[in-house]
Ligand binder design. Structure first.
Ligand SMILES: [Zn+2]
Length: 315
């Protein structure tokens, strides 16, 4: 299932992540490095680079730490200290980030954040924005999963990133997705895990597919012990066998009966009181209910993994 990347992509990535060879472009009269390198904050499995100081107790650093704990609590994954750090580059602002993207990847649409991986090098790029912590958690989830399991199936990688991108107190609940799925149903959508599993490029995945991926992951991690056990066993098998039997096979969902189960589950969690779904911090719900940001953040523009960049180029 996994294919080798073209050599030229390796070379581009090498240029990106080698701090001694960062690209430069003229911004105004003074040439400035497009990749932030002035400050380096080593914390847990991450090395965070920026052109401004970041306090150890800043929301960005805390969000990365809480993600590490969330992933360990839910998936039993802890990154060994001898792993190369996940490099996280936080640019100053949207304009700098846009400039950076245009300089290195003019073919790509503007994105808020992205993750690249090649071998043991894992890199996250984003910028100081309103949803920095969410973007960091989403992309860093890809990074932690990549360290632990290698290149996961697209739907599962994105479903897990969607699950963990919210603050710890949200416990994986994405109110935005939950509210939109009934409209998807009305438009003729029906959950189909086996179909999701056939998707291999971001061009194939619609925003609805991302919502469905999140829904399956939320169901598996929360509805029953057997679902979580099955998911964890699948992840463990993927470490050594990318062609391990798929989840739809393990759940015996080839006939699509799982669709009814998933929809019933979504109805159940939708009816839960907010306090039951968000046991510690109801305030975080407010941010997720802001649907206006959804239109400015198409999933296909923010969910890129280096191993899938061929899809953007039609390779
Ligand atoms: Zn993603």
């Amino acid at each position: 299932m996994q294919e080798r990347q073209p050599v030229w992509m390796y070379l581009i990535l090498a240029l990106w992540v080698s701090l001694g060879i960062v690209g430069c472009a003229t911004m105004g009269e003074q040439p400035q490095s497009l990749v932030p390198t002035q400050y380096r904050t080593r914390t847990g499995p991450y090395a965070v680079f920026s052109n401004f100081p970041i306090a150890a107790d800043s929301p960005a650093i805390r969000s990365l730490h809480s993600l590490e704990n969330d992933v360990e609590a839910n998936l039993g994954v802890r990154i060994n200290s001898d792993e190369p750090p996940v490099e996280v580059y936080i640019l100053n602002d949207r304009q700098s980030f846009s400039h950076f993207l245009k300089f290195y990847y003019p073919e790509l649409p503007p994105r808020r954040a992205f993750f690249l991986a090649q071998g043991t090098q894992r890199v996250v790029f984003t910028f100081m924005g309103d949803r920095l912590e969410e973007d960091l958690r989403h992309e860093a989830t890809h990074a932690l999963l990549n360290v632990a399991f290698g290149d996961l199936p697209l739907w599962l990688d994105e479903g897990l990133a969607e699950y963990f991108e919210g603050a710890e107190a949200q416990r994986g609940l994405n109110k935005e997705h939950l509210d939109r799925l009934p409209k998807d149903l009305a438009a003729g959508w029906k959950p189909d895990l086996a179909r999701l599993e056939t998707l291999t490029s971001v061009r194939q995945m619609t925003p609805r597919d991302y919502r469905e991926s999140w829904a399956w992951v939320h169901y598996l991690l929360n509805d029953s012990n057997s679902g979580k056990t099955t998911l964890l066993a699948y992840l463990a098998d993927l470490r050594t066998d990318p062609k391990a039997a798929t989840l739809s096979v393990r759940l015996r969902d080839e006939d699509g009966k799982g669709a009814k189960v998933l929809l019933a589950y979504l109805d159940r969690i939708r009816e839960l009181p907010v306090a039951a779904v968000h046991p510690t911090t109801a305030a975080t719900t407010v941010r997720l209910q802001d649907n206006a940001l959804d239109a400015s953040r198409p999933p296909a523009q923010r969910r890129s993994v280096f191993s899938r960049m061929r899809a953007f180029f039609g390779l």
